[in-house]
Write a protein that binds this ligand. Structure first.
Ligand code: FAQ
Length: 313
């Protein structure tokens, strides 16, 4: 049972925590924080880390088939960056008192989510352009906002990640631009890729604000700084002119320009979103099985890295 003294101490700690949040002072791992705040971060940061790592799979599918040495080198570096982002984020998540092994076990047991968009297949080279341009483009819009998140280690990881992510977006846009300068077949491939990736990219921002159970606490604690819908609109407003500039058509018959810089969009297929986040997307099973297999086959590397002789060399 909690005593009166303990309740008074908790109230004081809570008041101090809220004061810091209101004053935009970052919460650090050694600071007191309400358990619900910690649990929220454990969930969000680890899901974010899993997304970066699972997100390597659709692109890795094209390393051996990249059309030139230049594009192969760029793609390899980009995928390696995504692995690095996963590592920064797992490190940030570990400061909350949960081990990386536990986070990975939750992923393998299907208890942790990762971004829905990575459960779609990459069918041709233009898909690599669409991922960089649209998926990294959507990720940046969210992550720029998350640079101001209230938890120090998460915020600092975001600053570093955003610097690299903006190159990824340009790499993808360059692929699309080049294809649109190419033959009729290449132009058709580029249009087919935007047709398939546009809606999954919009779903990356999560459900509409009115259907997002996590948003209200996340905004109150300044974990999230802008809502799902606000970020989605920002992405659309930035990306539609980019598509028009290179001659691609956004596959939304209800997309409307309502002012110089803003658009309204058609309905998102939320049933498809629900299916994908609940494990029934086109590639969910393949992605998870691949991760489990790679983790198992990499066990010897982790063991070797933990040997003191190796560490001291
Ligand atoms: N996919 O109440 P909300 C990248 C879940 S990094 C799967 O709105 P919240 C780089 C949500 O978790 C991309 N699940 O939740 C790259 C919750 O489920 P739960 C990853 C989703 O947390 C590029 C439930 O629905 N970025 O792409 C999704 O306030 C190329 C209710 O939703 C991040 O993770 C979804 N799209 O808002 C790498 C950013 N949307 O946990 C490789 C950090 C929602 O209650 C190649 N995360 N859910 O069971 C966030 O900003 C937020 O967590 C949201 C969701 C916006 C994803």
């Amino acid at each position: 049972m909690t005593t009166k003294l303990e309740s008074a101490q908790t109230a004081e700690l809570l008041a101090d925590f809220e004061k810091k949040i209101n004053a935009e002072i970052k919460i650090e791992p050694s600071d007191w924080m309400p358990d619900a705040y910690r649990q929220h971060l454990i969930r969000q940061i680890s899901q974010h880390a899993h997304s970066e790592v699972i997100g390597m799979q659709p692109e890795a599918n094209w390393i051996t088939r990249a059309p030139s040495l230049r594009s192969k080198k760029i793609l390899l570096a980009k995928i390696q960056d995504e692995g690095g982002h996963g590592l920064y984020l797992y490190s940030a998540a570990e400061t909350l008192g949960v081990s990386r092994e536990q986070y990975i076990a939750w992923l393998h047991q299907g208890k942790a989510k990762y971004a829905s968009v990575f459960n779609y297949p990459t069918l041709n080279w233009a898909d690599i352009g669409a991922i960089g341009w649209l998926v990294d483009g959507a990720a940046i819009v969210n992550q720029v906002s998350l640079q101001r998140t209230s938890y120090g280690p998460y915020s600092r990881a975001m600053v570093r990640i955003c610097k690299e992510e903006s190159f990824h977006q340009r790499q993808g846009y360059e692929i699309m631009w080049r294809m649109m300068q190419g033959t009729n077949d290449q132009q058709r491939m580029a249009q087919d890729a935007i047709d398939r990736w546009w809606w999954p990219a919009l779903m990356m921002f999560g459900p509409h604000d009115s259907d997002s159970p996590r948003t209200s606490h996340a905004m109150l604690w300044k974990i999230k700084r802008e809502s799902n819908d606000v970020l989605r609109e920002k992405f659309i407003n930035k990306t539609v002119p980019q598509s028009e500039l290179i001659g691609l058509k956004v596959p939304d018959p209800n997309l409307k320009k309502i002012s110089d810089e803003t658009y309204t969009h058609g309905d998102i297929n939320w049933e498809e979103f629900r299916q994908v986040i609940n494990g029934n997307g086109p590639c969910n099973q393949e992605r998870l099985e691949h991760h489990i297999r790679a983790h198992r086959e990499g066990a010897w590397v982790r063991e070797a890295a933990l040997q003191s002789d190796f560490r001291n060399q």
